[in-house]
Design a protein around this ligand. Structure first.
Ligand code: FAD
Ligand code: NAP
Ligand code: SF4
Length: 741
């Protein structure tokens, strides 16, 4: 029995093969799938295989061109494509792992004019209207699925996952929302599930009994006219009979207006759905969504809610998650904070995925893990003693990276704790995960031997006195003070006054500036007070998620709630119920000068949820505003074409920031080599993603390493790093490829 996580690290016997543990790395599109060769994808998976994950699933690969997510997206339907794929399973196997290929037909979610669907119903996700599939095309598509599975096996994959959830083609056949057909493939439930069952049978028939076939079922559609719970159970039983090895859980369609993986979703929020299916089928079930720590995973398994747990983004954040957990080093895991900023937001913008907390993710060749590099070659450019000023995300990333490369690093922070602005971010309800990044860096400071000097506002003179010849300025930003008459009025507060210093805020508030911080402050100030004690109950009620369990009792004392009657999912398709609008403690106006939608520059994948939350809390979001003055009467402004006075108790300034780099000039004048990173370099469009990445790159630039012949993923690679003007460049050359490629 495993010492730390007995359920998580219990092997899973599938009959013909055994998985070493209960951890599935869930499917995630990275953008590497579309490359001419799949070497980078192979290295990305190999790093995770080395990290001890039990089974991995690739990003979605289409079985034919109509099934593409986007034009020329990943597809596996020919022998040539199978040969191209070989490097992935081979590299993974060499690293000791197992991998399945996900077969995904986008159906009406395709972003191209050839898209097809059971019925020609457009979704707002795609600009194109789908073509209705003829019975002949349906038959051909079933064959295409089994062909892809066969090719996956030939390429060396250990199995496939059939994507039947999230609103993609198979899911579109299953539910009345998108299937209006009147032939054998539509109408009654038995006809609507014919397509997934025939795919499952055909795949099993073609691939044989000793091949892992995971079927991902949409257990909770979270859209109107979705499945009933009884239909989910009936489908799962039929899928088992048709030959599936494992059933994975799918939660929510992409068009659902309920956040299911964002950081505001409580950890393990959907394990109860998988649990509900336990006992109905006899094959292993996988729980998913917002499982990001070994503790939560163990808890789910120990409670008997599932047989395996799926985590996807946590493996971007830390490829060694499983190994660290297994060795009792969970406190060293770089935890996914569910921000989506460098993974899903990138993919939706057509960019390659990476990770905010781990900029090495998906760039395993360009930025090899330090553990794989022969650091004895590492040479500091000037001397081996360096000061990093500021322990915000940029400084933390830089200091720990420098120390890991063997330098003596002194990290100075004027506050009493590390974290910089993350100490404000972590106080926003729904952003508590940000604490994990600070826990991680705290541990890395300890592990790498960074000399941390808290409560030390260091000056240029002190740095010179201590003899530093190389300094990294990570001094961050200070809030901008806009020039508005009356800006010094006592009712004016900055966001730091509110979030850091806990200054009292009245019941009527105007927020000047509707960027990320303005939104966060609005969330903070409107957090309902009279809410269920259990965060999961609160989340479910606030977003209107019904449960096949006994209904949640309606909250009391809620004057402005809409109807709160939970509806039995059996009668209400899709698992939806009327959301509850909890009473909020304040009336808030969120203001911006520019025209257009307030919050339009927020994250693509999570911004809508923030806007919707504030709307439901009655926050007034005004754009094209002109500020005139602030006085005892309140905030004078022009909005909606009219001059008016907002009679508010407080005006909170969230109008962006200015860089802090006053140490730069005196240090440079004294001949010190200075690097600026994060907010100290540029305040515009600063976020933690940029801050952490710059920290890592400048650390590499400071050490100017020439690294030769590293062995990465079984391949000999020459890596050369060199720094130029504070920037670092990494080059990876493949010297020799495995014989099998
Ligand atoms: P900072 O975090 O500003 O850190 C600078 C540090 O330097 C501070 O700790 C300061 O005390 C210290 N310092 C300054 N001068 C000295 C000196 N002379 N001596 C010693 N120490 C000194 N970003 C995201 O990407 N996603 C989010 O969801 C997100 N949410 C946010 C929510 C809020 C409420 C706030 C305020 C910010 C949020 N951010 C978010 C922004 C993110 O926190 C910043 O982009 C990031 O912290 C910038 O990192 P930095 O290290 O450059 O600067
Ligand atoms: P921001 O996003 O640049 O927003 C600043 C806001 O202030 C804008 O609404 C701007 O709108 C307004 N503004 C700018 N200058 C002004 C002036 N002189 N007078 C009045 N209003 C002014 O900056 P932020 O909100 O401070 O956030 C800082 C960074 O943190 C952002 O870059 C963001 O990426 C990051 N962050 C991210 C998240 C997240 O969830 N991803 C959350 C918080 C912060 P108008 O000019 O139209 O008035
Ligand atoms: Fe997790 Fe954010 Fe990294 Fe994505 S970018 S993997 S959500 S920490």
């Amino acid at each position: 029995m495993h010492q730390h996580y007995p359920h998580l690290f219990a092997p899973l016997d599938l009959g013909f093969t055994t998985l070493p543990n209960r951890i599935l790395m869930g499917s995630m599109h990275t953008g590497l799938e579309e490359h001419k060769t799949l070497d980078r994808l192979a290295d990305y998976f190999a790093a995770r295989a080395r990290g001890g994950v039990g089974l991995m699933v690739t990003g979605g690969v289409a079985p034919n061109r109509q099934g593409w997510l986007a034009p020329f997206g990943a597809k596996l339907s020919t022998g040539a494509e199978a040969r191209k794929h070989r490097v992935v399973p081979e590299t993974v196997h060499d690293a000791g792992g197992k991998i399945a290929l996900q077969i995904l037909h986008a159906g009406r979610y395709g972003m191209h004019p050839m898209l097809v669907a059971p019925s020609p119903i457009r979704t707002r996700i795609s600009p194109f209207r789908p073509w209705e599939m003829s019975p002949r095309l349906i038959r051909a598509t079933i064959r295409d699925f089994s062909n892809t599975a066969t090719l996956a096996r030939e390429a060396g994959y250990d199995g496939v996952e059939i994507m039947g959830s999230e609103g993609y083609l198979i899911n579109q056949f299953i539910v009345p929302r998108t299937n209006k057909r009147t032939d054998d493939w539509g109408g009654p439930f038995e006809n609507r599930i014919r397509f997934p069952l025939e795919i499952m049978r055909a795949v099993r028939e073609k691939t044989g009994p000793d091949f892992i076939v995971i079927f991902r079922i949409s257990m909770l559609d979270l859209v109107e006219e979705g499945s009933t719970w009884e239909e989910v159970v009936a489908l799962a039983k039929a899928i088992e009979q048709a030959g599936a090895t494992i059933i994975n859980t799918g939660i929510g369609w992409h068009e659902a207006r309920i956040p299911t993986i964002a950081t505001l979703v409580p950890r393990g929020a959907y394990a109860w759905v998988t649990e509900r299916l336990r006992g109905e089928v006899n094959i292993p079930l996988i729980a998913t969504n917002r499982i990001n720590t070994p503790e939560k995973a163990e808890e789910i398994l120990a409670a008997g809610q599932a047989d395996m747990v799926s985590m996807a983004r946590p493996f971007l954040a830390d490829p060694d998650f499983a190994q660290k957990a297994s060795e009792g080093r969970a406190d060293q895991i770089n935890t996914c904070i569910a921000c989506n900023q460098a993974c899903l937001d990138h993919v939706f913008a057509g960019k390659e995925a990476s990770c905010l907390v781990n900029p090495r993710a998906c760039r395993e060749i360009q930025y090899p893990p330090l553990s794989l590099l022969p650091t004895q070659n590492s040479q500091p450019k000037t001397q081996n003693r360096i000061a990093v000023v500021g322990a915000g995300p940029a400084g933390l990333s830089c200091a720990t990276e420098l120390a890991a490369r063997g330098l003596e690093v002194h990290l100075y922070e004027s506050a009493s704790e590390i974290g910089g602005q993350f100490n404000m971010a972590k106080r926003i309800p729904g952003k508590e995960e940000f604490c994990e990044t600070l826990r991680y860096f705290g541990k890395m400071i300890e592990k790498t031997g960074v000399h941390l000097h808290l409560n030390t506002r260091v000056s240029a003179a002190e740095l010179l006195e201590k003899g530093f010849r190389e300094v990294v300025l990570a001094t961050g930003v200070a809030p901008r003070t806009p020039t508005i008459e009356g800006i010094g009025h006592p009712r004016v507060l900055s966001y730091t006054d509110v979030l850091l210093h806990g200054k009292p805020v009245g019941p009527r508030v105007a927020i000047i500036g509707a960027g990320g911080i303005g939104f966060d402050v609005a969330m903070f100030l409107t957090e309902p007070t009279d809410i269920p004690a259990d965060p999961l109950d609160h989340y479910r009620q606030e977003w209107g998620i019904a449960s096949p369990y006994p209904p949640i009792s309606p909250p009391t004392n809620q004057p402005n709630q809409s109807t709160s009657q939970p509806v039995n999912q059996s009668t209400n398709r899709g698992g939806l119920m009327q959301p509850v609008h909890f009473p909020v403690p304040r009336q808030v106006w969120l203001l911006q000068r520019s025209k257009g939608k307030v919050g339009e520059h927020l994250s693509k994948t999570t911004g809508w949820a923030h806007r919707l939350t504030l709307k439901n809390r009655g926050v007034h979001m005004w754009s094209a505003v002109q500020y005139h003055k602030i006085d005892d009467a309140g905030l004078h402004l022009t909005a909606n074409g009219a001059m008016q006075v907002l009679e508010v108790d407080n005006v909170i300034i969230c109008a962006g920031q200015e860089p802090q780099h006053s140490l730069l000039a005196p240090l440079e004048q004294a001949g010190v080599r200075v690097h600026r990173i994060g907010g100290a370099k540029l305040a515009a469009e600063l976020d933690a993603k940029r801050a952490i990445e710059e920290g890592m790159l400048v650390a590499a630039a400071c050490t100017s390493v020439f690294l030769k012949n590293c062995n990465i993923s079984g391949r000999q690679i020459s890596v050369m790093e060199h720094g130029l003007n504070g920037a670092a460049h990494f080059h990876g050359f493949k010297k020799s490829m495995p014989a099998s490629v």
